[in-house]
Design a protein around this ligand. Structure first.
Ligand code: BJW
Ligand code: ZN
Length: 248
């Protein structure tokens, strides 16, 4: 890492120590160091390279073949259950002891909360919550493996993961809260997301028009990089902890 970049990160760390309000928009890349595969590119493991998203993460796919979709989610639930949050998640918990930090995550793995982050906004839902496709039943279900396809204990219709698929709206409260947090922050940390999926990626614009500093932490440049004030290359597990170093 060159001296110029180090200086920029130190400036950001100083602002955090001075009480700047921080918002975080995280994506699959923040959990990559935990061993959870990302969706797009950058890895032989990418889920999207083995399965096309429209085969799996849409309401139509679930209607067509609920067992296939559930097998995919069951596999991912197993990976998540067997792994744990990493240094990037933990760095954000520690950052919250220094200043006001709100995490908006596109991830469904629950790792931010598991690491200790409070009031996490789950923009795309949570993989451990299931809800009935017919009645109003919704509950946590941590079974791994889950009987496929799982059925509603109340009405015996299919249950589905309470996550947001393509073509579905973001949960109303999460959408409103994320918009508010993005608009009110002084610094937006964009961590491990390709910035290709909307409306999540639009939160960067919301923060930008409100004059926030956009700092991106990603292994590779993304759709966000051109809009970022600062791009920090590398694994978030190694780069986010740099924000905790006490500025001179
Ligand atoms: C590392 C790293 C390391 C790796 N350290 N970095 C505007 C324009 C065009 C299209 C649209 C638009 N607005 C809406 C749309 C349609 C669509 C959309 O965005 N399509 C695009 C593909 C173009 N959006 C929707 O359909 C959304 N809904 C909607 O718009 O509804 C309208 C509506 C309103 C009212 C009523 C009804 C409807 C919903 C989108 C839902 C997305 N769902 C998924 C699945 C969630 C559940 C699950 O997990 O199974 O969300 S898809 C998937 O993509 C998942 C992710 O959260 C999301 C984002 O992916 P992410 O996190 O960016 O991951 P990757 O893999 O893409 O990138 C990883 C990054 O990490 C890379 O950059 C790596 O370099 C980096 N990295 N290792 C740091 N160690
Ligand atoms: Zn039901």
């Amino acid at each position: 890492m060159n001296e110029h970049l180090r200086q920029k990160i130190a400036d950001l760390a100083r602002r955090c120590h001075d009480g700047a309000r921080v918002a975080v928009l995280s994506g699959a890349g923040i959990s990559a160091a935990s061993g959870i595969p990302t969706f797009r590119g950058g890895s032989d493991d990418a889920l999207w390279s083995r399965y096309r998203p429209e085969q799996l993460a849409t309401p139509e796919a679930f209607e067509r073949d609920p067992e296939l979709v559930w097998r995919w989610y069951d596999w991912r639930r197993g990976l998540i259950a067997d792994a744990a949050p990493n240094e990037a998640h933990h760095a954000l918990v520690e950052l919250a002891t220094i200043t006001d930090v709100r995490v908006i995550t596109q991830n469904v793995d629950g790792y931010h909360q598991q690491a200790g982050s409070q009031d996490v906004i789950e923009y795309h839902g949570n993989i451990w919550t299931v809800r009935c496709t017919s009645c109003h039943f919704e509950d946590l279900d941590h079974r791994v493996p889950i009987p496929i396809p799982p059925r509603c204990p109340r009405c015996h219709e299919l249950v589905r993961p309470a996550v947001v698929w393509f073509g579905e709206g973001i949960p109303t409260e999460a959408a409103a809260e994320a918009e508010k947090v993005a608009a009110a922050c002084d610094i937006l940390l964009v961590v491990g997301t390709a910035g290709a999926v909307y409306p999540a990626a639009g939160l960067v614009t919301v923060a930008g028009v409100n004059q926030a500093t956009i700092a991106e932490f990603n292994l590779e440049p993304s759709a966000i990089t051109q809009r970022a004030d600062l791009y920090v290359p590398g694994s978030a597990a190694e780069t986010l902890p740099l924000l905790l170093e006490t500025p001179a």
